[in-house]
Write a protein that binds this ligand. Structure first.
Ligand code: NAD
Length: 486
């Protein structure tokens, strides 16, 4: 395999790097070439149960260890991920096609382990003497076994943002990677072992939604399940949790994010940033601004500038080449989905740029051209559903009330942005948008490091972030103690 001497595939269960117990594997293909990159273990129900049992057995001593000692393992893992970040980028490139030039996710994972290794002193309850004759207090304690199910579009990032806060708070973890991008995660499993985590504390399995994802959702010993992925799967997980042990479920789901461009906006900046938002990772980003609304008076100018920016900035090619910034779609299923949406888009709106596959010399990869549609009815399927490809719809508006209503007319609410130089309007619109995140004169993927991230409506429930994620993994216990005379 190109430039990659060792392709890791094994799972980490109870401190051992293992194959599936029944020997089953599934093939992972390089989406730039369609060649097989690796055969990866398909965790069986037994393997998944074994990982949960190992996590359960490891919980008492891990939770009793105390924050400062747990932190040492996280720090070691942060350093190992950082040392191996280029290899991790290459492993994602040959499984889900993200160009190495835009892969900052391993570094982000390392930063998360580093951050949470310092965050344990803030695991605190409260105390009061407001109740006469009593001292009252709250204790913040770990839940036990936490399951983490992650998608393929940024595996290292989600591994870091979820497992670091779960572990530092004293929980033990079973993480399932996506069947489309298990290789970088399998490498991190090796690094977890190298960092010396006690057996069972951090288990990592690979496989499809069924069986392993479903077993985790139904498991009576899993107390929290944190999921990032599609709204469809999120609903299934929520159902399984409700039918079994009412485990706490945190859901980070899909989006159909709008960008609102008013006539007084900095046009050049708005064009560059909205283009980047929907092109990054070939449009396979939950918060990509896939709907752009431009005020009518500047629409023609905006569209021309957007097309020119896309034509001059998009560099499709082998994701392993440092000059490439536009990789293939993650696999054949994603590729066919995106092309089908594009065909439907041609019927509902006006195609202004792109509209099909990109031929990249010397490859048979799943490349799709950055595509722009204009004048698409608000009710069209392509306006309502997440395409998860480099496809943007640019529509127009005349008034603020009109564009806010259009932006909010969706089941999703992950990220919205507004471009204007009018501060009052910026804040009015930010307040009116039904979205977990709002960018003013900026758009996704711009985020604030200490802000919560999460969706309104069907984009999810719960929030993640440096000041928020530890709460997801801590129970609150009230203790009331009488201090009056006997
Ligand atoms: P997906 O829902 O198909 O899969 C996500 C994970 O769920 C995978 O590990 C998969 O194996 C597992 N899974 C599938 N069926 C399951 C089941 N029945 N029970 C348990 N687990 C199951 O999503 P995907 O295609 O991997 O990822 C893309 C989606 O993720 C997009 O909708 C995107 O918007 C969303 N996403 C959201 C965020 C966010 O933070 N809100 C971030 C990235 C991606």
């Amino acid at each position: 395999m190109e430039n990659i001497a060792h392709i890791p595939t094994r799972m980490l269960i109870n401190g051992e790097l293992v194959e599936a117990s029944d020997g089953k594997t599934f093939a992972v293909h390089n989406p730039a070439t369609r060649e097989v990159s690796a055969h990866v273990p398909e965790a069986s129900a037994d393997d998944t149960n074994a990982a949960v049992a190992a996590a359960k057995a490891a919980f008492p001593s891990w939770s009793a260890l105390g924050g400062a000692k747990r932190a040492r393992y996280l720090k070691r893992l942060a350093a190992l991920i950082c040392e191996n970040k280029e290899e991790l980028a290459r492993l994602d490139a040959i499984s889900m096609g993200m160009p190495v030039s835009t892969h900052h996710y391993a570094a982000a994972a390392a930063t998360n382990f580093e951050h949470y290794s310092e965050a344990w002193p803030s695991i605190q309850g409260q105390a009061s003497v407001n109740t006469p004759g009593m001292v009252t207090m709250t204790l913040r304690q770990p839940y036990g076994v936490v399951a983490l199910i992650i998608p393929w579009n940024a595996p290292c990032l989600f591994l870091g943002t979820k497992s670091a806060p779960a572990l530092i708070t004293g929980n033990t973890v079973v993480l399932k990677s996506s069947e489309k991008a298990p290789l970088a995660v399998a490498r991190i499993a090796e690094l977890v072992k190298e960092a010396g985590f006690p057996p069972g504390v951090f288990n990592i399995i690979s496989g499809h939604g069924i069986p392993s994802g479903q077993v985790l959702s139904r498991h009576m010993d899993v107390r929290v399940l944190s999921f990032t992925g599609s709204s469809r799967t999120g609903k299934l997980i929520q159902e399984e949790a409700a039918r079994t042990n009412l485990k706490k479920v945190i859901l980070e789901l899909g989006g159909k994010s709008p960008a609102l461009i008013f006539e007084d906006a900095n046009l050049e900046k708005a064009v560059a940033q909205t283009y980047f938002s929907v092109q990054l990772n070939s449009g396979q980003v939950c918060m990509a601004n896939s709907r752009i609304y431009v005020q009518k008076s500047i629409a023609a100018q905006f569209v021309e500038a957007f097309k020119a920016k896309s034509a001059s900035s998009t560099r499709p090619g082998n994701p392993l080449d440092k000059g490439t910034n536009h990789g293939p779609q993650a696999d054949e299923v994603q590729y066919r989905n995106v092309l089908a949406y594009i065909e439907e888009g041609k019927k509902s709106g006006t195609l202004a740029q792109g509209g099909g596959k990109t031929a990249v010399e010397g490859t048979k990869g799943f490349f799709v051209e950055p595509t722009v549609f204009l004048d698409t009815p608000e009710t069209a399927r392509i306006m309502k559903e997440e395409v998860f490809g480099p496809v943007v719809i640019i529509n127009t508006f005349e008034t603020e009330a009109e564009v806010v209503a259009k932006a909010n007319d969706t089941e999703f609410g992950l990220y919205a942005s507004v471009y204007t130089r009018n501060v009052n309007r910026a804040m009015r619109v930010a307040k009116a948008l039904e979205s977990g995140y709002v960018g003013v004169n900026c758009t996704s993927p711009t985020t604030g490091i200490d802000l919560p991230f999460g969706g309104y409506k069907s984009s999810g429930q719960g929030r993640e972030g440096w000041l928020y994620s530890m709460d997801n993994f801590l129970e609150t216990k009230s203790v009331i103690m009488q201090i009056g005379e006997e």
